[in-house]
Design a protein around this ligand. Sequence first.
Ligand code: GRF
Length: 209
Amino acid sequence: MSPVNIGVLISGGGTNLQSLIDGIKSNKINGQIKAVISSKKNAYGLERAKNNDIEGFYVDSRKFNDNIDFNRKILKIFKEKNVELIVLAGYLKILSKELVKEYKDKIINIHPSLIPSFCGKGFYGQRVHQAVLDYGVKLTGATVHFADEGTDTGQIILQEAVKVYENDTVETLQKRVLQLEHEILCKAVELYCEGRLEVKGRKVKILEG
Ligand code: GRF
């Protein structure tokens, strides 16, 4: 199979992006990252793209009349690069209905909790882990899912759990969950690029390799 053209959306440090880059370089992922678009000018993820000869773009949402036009700019870049799969890797902006429709079942998101817990509007980054600690759950983890028009509501592809320890802080928990994110995001993209993810209603079936 020819490599899948991947477009990555970021807003921060880009460690999830880096795990994808490494997965491609180690031939685990049959894909090639054609563009990295950041919603933040100084996102270190853009540096990671540059260091790996991947074209990076900063798209300033303030330069657009509304979220629809902002997303149209993103769509234009991805279409020009023949992107077939979009990966949201620590991306903090809302996708437009138009973009989600154009890439139905072709947008993968990583979230640092076991969806449907601790997700949705306002649950991102360290806020997720703080809510986990405040609630007192004994397990948390990471979820990779297809993005739909909601926030963290698309069909779940993979999940992995970690224990929450009494002496955990937001930082220690985030570090442990981030490692999981890298693993399952790469696995999900690997499966996608092998054509092994079948979406049926709310369910995602992983087909035999
Ligand atoms: C992390 O908190 C991760 O849980 C979430 O986005 C944040 C930044 O990730 N997905 P990254 O290092 O920019 O990939």
